[in-house]
Every structure is written in structure tokens, then in C-alpha cells.
Design a protein around this ligand. Structure first.
Ligand code: RB5
Length: 146
């Protein structure tokens, strides 16, 4: 299952990616916002999507805001969440291959729709390599209090 979420700045791009997923026949759940205000608080949605991924309810999340930055910062507060904001193919591919990223954050104000759809496909179709990278990813959450 894929969960999606956006604030007012990311809504249009989220709708475009939803249509793209519909065309591909890929199931998703839109976790909001549904009725846009002029100035929605993106952390509300970042938390909803991050919790769904953290709990295992969803395998993958996609978050859309103006830059992708606030969404990724907030989502990464949740243990087990590995959110990435990236706008090039190499970074998105390696966020899956090496970092096992589980949420992709889009900056709707800095990204064209066509690129966003390609990045979405790449993220969904690239598997984690595991091996030495698994040990490194496991180290993310060691000794967090120190
Ligand atoms: C909203 O104006 C904007 O701050 C938000 O969409 C996002 O870019 C935050 O990181």
C-alpha cells in the first residue's frame, strides 16, 4: 500500500501523481489534506503518512509540499521512517538501493510534473540492495539518546 499526503502547496502535484498511479492501476490512499485552506500546516500530514509507514500499514509514502523539505524533516522524526527529498534520478534510485528510503518527498514548487512521475516510478520500482547497506541503515537508530 502507498499512502500520499500534501499541504496546499503540494496538492496540485499530488493530484497529478494520483492520476498517474490510477493510469498504472497502482492502489494508494490519500491521507489529506482534502479541503485545502490557503495555508495548511504540512506537519499534520507528514505525521499521518509517517505513522502509517512506521506502523507497517503502508510500505511506501509520498509527501508533497512546496519544497519537500518540511515534510521530510517532520517525517524523519519517526523511528523506522526514512524520508528523502530528491529531485534527480540518481539520488532517488540510490535512496532505495542504498538507504532503503520508504517515503519520497516532492517539492511541488521546484519540480515539473513529468519529472515527478518518473521519480515516482523509479522509487516504486527500485529494490533495496541490502547486504552492507542493511547494516548501515540499521545503525541509523542505534544510540539515539546519546
Ligand atoms: C508552505 O508555504 C511551505 O512552507 C510548505 O509547503 C513547505 O515547502 C515546507 O517545507
Amino acid at each position: 500500500m502507498i499512502v500520499l499526503g500534501s499541504d496546499h502547496a503540494g496538492d496540485e502535484l499530488k493530484q497529478h501523481i494520483k492520476a498517474h498511479l490510477d493510469e498504472l492501476g497502482i492502489a494508494y490512499e490519500d491521507m489529506g489534506f482534502y479541503e485545502l485552506k490557503r495555508d495548511d500546516d504540512y506537519p499534520v500530514i507528514a505525521k499521518k503518512v509517517a505513522k502509517a509507514v512506521q506502523s507497517g500499514e503502508a510500505e511506501t509514502g509520498m509527501l508533497f509540499c512546496g519544497t519537500g523539505i518540511g515534510m521530510s524533516m517532520c517525517a524523519n522524526k519517526f523511528k523506522g521512517v526514512r524520508a528523502v527529498v530528491a529531485s534527480d534520478m540518481f539520488s532517488v534510485r540510490h535512496s532505495r538501493l542504498h538507504n532503503n528510503a520508504n517515503i519520497l518527498c516532492f517539492g511541488a514548487r521546484v519540480m515539473a510534473r513529468g519529472l515527478a512521475a518518473d521519480l515516482c516510478d523509479l522509487f516504486l520500482n527500485t529494490a533495496f540492495e541490502g547486504g552492507r547497506h542493511a547494516a548501515r541503515v540499521a545503525m541509523f537508530e542505534e544510540d539515539l539518546e546519546k
